[in-house]
Design a protein around this ligand. Structure first.
Ligand code: FES
Length: 95
């Protein structure tokens, strides 16, 4: 379970994930924001299980997400930015 440090003052903003707002704080990774906010990153492609990343350091590819523009991103190595809009499945793909 991820928990943010309460004594650190950082800018708070919202990122959109599949059209839903998720709280994020300046300097944290997308993965940290998602695990702190909703407790998982995405659903497994072939089952309904939730995925939360595995290595947390850019090596395993378990945390791939997409910017809504279609660019793929590792949630554990990219920091959140204000206005960021992400998708948990490839934009334009059929699920
Ligand atoms: S959690 Fe392994 S690459 Fe992101």
């Amino acid at each position: 379970m991820f928990q943010r440090l309460p004594h650190v003052i950082r800018e708070r903003f919202i990122v959109q994930v599949d059209g839903h707002p998720v709280d994020a704080y300046e300097g944290e990774t997308i993965l940290s924001a998602l695990l702190s906010g909703k407790g998982f990153v995405r659903h497994f492609e072939f089952r309904s299980e939730r995925r939360a990343g595995f290595c947390l350091m850019g090596a395993c590819q378990d945390c791939w997400l997409w910017h809504v523009s279609g660019e793929r991103v590792r949630a554990c190595t990219e920091r959140v930015t204000p206005g960021m809009r992400l998708a948990t499945s490839q934009p334009g793909s059929v699920r």
